[in-house]
Design a protein around this ligand. Structure first.
Ligand code: NAD
Ligand code: LMR
Length: 329
């Protein structure tokens, strides 16, 4: 394994996700205990002081895998030579807001960051977008970085994927490790479609194991799709540690590969697979290997799943039209 540090940029590093994410990245959760990483942390100017405090705490952990930390408020400086950019920094929604309400507030952040990555990131850069509305923010960054191949951009639906696994495990009494081939389709929003019809529990079809279409439609799907809102309601602020954990799961599997008997959910630029219009950043079942992903092909989509996928994709198309109108892409 290379001993050259992987340069990892994190935006919004002084925020609540950052406070969990940075320590896990620095402790080796991304690439293991043998590969050092260098953190490049971007914040807005007023948050730099708080970020200095977080860096003091990182120092105090004396992490063996942390090769260096640089902080700043200039994207061109912080993104210089980065191999992985985790774009977290954006305003979270508060009670009563839908993620779509964040389109104009957060979209502009991603035009500037897409341009900066295009200018200065390493040739092998991979970009994962966690900040909401994640799919459309990834579309904005991708469109503003014409020299970076489109397949290097993804938006986070791994948190939804993990939530779906956890709900299915609780329902069936299985361990989370017995659940394979979960899929989140579409947008990281309340329209997302968590699909158990292709998932497996202990090697058996999950929908058959559950044997209860009512639970799938009226309990499982809304619980997963509205989990973000339930956490905001309970905690008073949006999910942070679980979002950081999923951000790492997604980046780790992207760089190191998914398990041979499984797949993961990632929102990536559609190539037209499963009728999703080309170019939209939509969540699919993907396998990953050596920093590349491939959409799992050939799954049968019945009428129920078709209508759910179509509804979420229609919302993505509306978001794309809205940010086009705002002049962001
Ligand atoms: P937070 O408000 O605690 O932190 C966001 C940070 O981003 C702040 O420190 C802010 O100063 C910084 N920031 C704002 N504009 C910036 C810019 N232009 N450049 C760099 N930094 C900037 O929010 P949080 O709870 O950490 O959440 C961050 C984002 O992640 C939100 O949009 C939230 O909705 C989203 N989120 C996504 C998922 C997911 O599964 N995709 C899950 C949870 C949260
Ligand atoms: C989540 O899914 O927890 C985040 O996207 C936060 C939100 O706004 O729901």
């Amino acid at each position: 394994m290379s001993s050259t540090p992987l340069k990892v940029a994190v935006t919004g590093a002084a925020g609540q996700i950052g406070y969990s994410l940075l320590f896990r990245l620095a402790s080796g959760a991304l690439l293991g205990a043998d590969r050092p990483i260098e953190l490049r942390l971007l914040e807005i100017t007023p948050a730099l002081k708080a970020l200095e405090g977080v860096v003091m705490e990182l120092d105090d952990c004396a992490f063996p895998t942390l090769a260096g930390v640089e902080i700043g408020d200039d994207a061109n400086t912080i993104f210089d030579g980065v191999n992985l950019a985790l774009l977290v920094g954006a305003r979270p929604r508060s009670k009563g807001m839908e993620r779509g309400d964040l389109l104009s507030a957060n979209g502009a952040i991603f035009t500037a960051q897409g341009k900066a990555l295009n200018e200065v990131a390493a040739d092998d850069v991979r970009i994962g977008v966690t900040g909401n509305p994640a799919n459309t923010n990834a579309l904005i960054a991708m469109t503003n970085a014409p020299d970076i191949p489109k397949e290097r951009f993804s938006a986070l639906t791994r948190l939804d994927h993990n939530r779906a696994i956890s709900q299915l495990a609780a329902k069936t009494g299985a361990a989370v490790t017995d659940i394979k081939k979960m899929t989140i389709w579409g947008n990281h929003s309340a329209t997302q479609y968590p699909d158990v019809f292709h998932a497996e529990v202990g090697g058996r079809n999950a929908a058959e194991v559950v044997g209860d279409q009512g639970w799938i439609e009226n309990d499982f799907i809304p619980t997963v799709a509205k989990r973000g809102a339930a956490i905001i309601e309970a905690r008073g602020s949006s999910s942070a540690a679980s979002a950081a954990s999923a951000t790492i799961d997604a980046a780790r599997d992207w760089l190191l590969g998914s398990a041979s008997d499984d797949w993961v959910s990632m929102a990536v630029a559609s190539d037209g697979s499963y009728g999703v219009p080309e170019g939209l950043i939509s969540s699919f079942p993907v396998t990953t290997k050596d920093g590349s992903w491939e959409i799992v092909q050939g799954l049968d989509i019945d009428d129920f799943s078709r209508s759910k996928i179509d509804a979420s994709v229609a919302e993505l198309a509306e978001e794309r039209d809205a940010v086009t109108e705002l002049g962001l892409i």
